[in-house]
Ligand binder design. Structure first.
Ligand code: MN3
Length: 201
């Protein structure tokens, strides 16, 4: 299965003022496209071509195949990242089942917000902060470069890209402001809940 760049699920200017058209044009059309191109080149004759995206992520990490980990990992991460955001998203109104799990596993919404932003702030250099299901419970984590929680025995349900290409045009060096805007104004909680339900199966 060749990797393919999906269309954004909204217009390029739909996430303003929290994420600009210019950021999305570079991030989706240039950065994500490059992961697709490089990933497809690396997948040729790798023995992984017939596997699912999730299985390639895990197999590449287990094989310490850094090129595949980063490019196929980044393809997986970005396919979901576009859907983890929506216009007029974010905020404290989580779908019921997810709100319950955030309360019981993470100490409530406010602590989730603090800890998720902190995970993004403390990922040194490029990478991601995550909300995942691990051993049946929600957990917050961070990974470097193109890695994701699939490679660490968990199922991601929300991730935020903390590579500078995701925020430098709009926020310059203010990573915390970007992370807070992501949580408060961009998260597509319905999509997070879909992945939460799927992870429980
Ligand atoms: Mn990115």
């Amino acid at each position: 299965m060749a990797l393919e760049l999906p269309a954004l699920p909204y217009a390029y200017d739909a996430l303003g003022p929290f994420m600009s058209k210019e950021t999305l044009e570079f991030h989706h059309d240039k950065h994500h496209m490059a992961y697709v191109t490089n990933g497809n080149n690396l997948l040729k004759d790798s023995g992984h071509e017939g596997k699912s995206l999730e299985d390639i992520c895990k197999a590449a990490f287990d094989a310490k195949a850094a090129g595949l980990v980063n490019n196929v990992g980044q393809h997986y991460n970005h396919v979901h990242f576009w859907n983890w955001m929506k216009p007029h998203g974010g905020g404290t109104k989580l779908p019921g089942a997810l709100a319950k799990a955030v309360d019981s596993d993470l100490g409530g919404y406010d602590k989730f917000r603090t800890d998720f932003v902190q995970a993004g702030m403390t990922q040194f250099g490029s990478g991601w902060a995550w909300l995942s299901v691990k051993d049946g419970k929600l957990a917050i984590s961070k990974t470097p470069n193109g890695e994701n929680p699939l490679m660490h025995g968990a199922k991601p349900i929300l991730g935020v890209d903390v590579w500078e290409h995701s925020y430098y045009i709009d926020y310059r060096n203010a990573r915390q402001k970007y992370l807070e805007a992501f949580v408060d104004s961009l998260i597509n909680w319905e999509y997070v809940e879909q992945m939460h339900q799927a992870a429980a199966r």
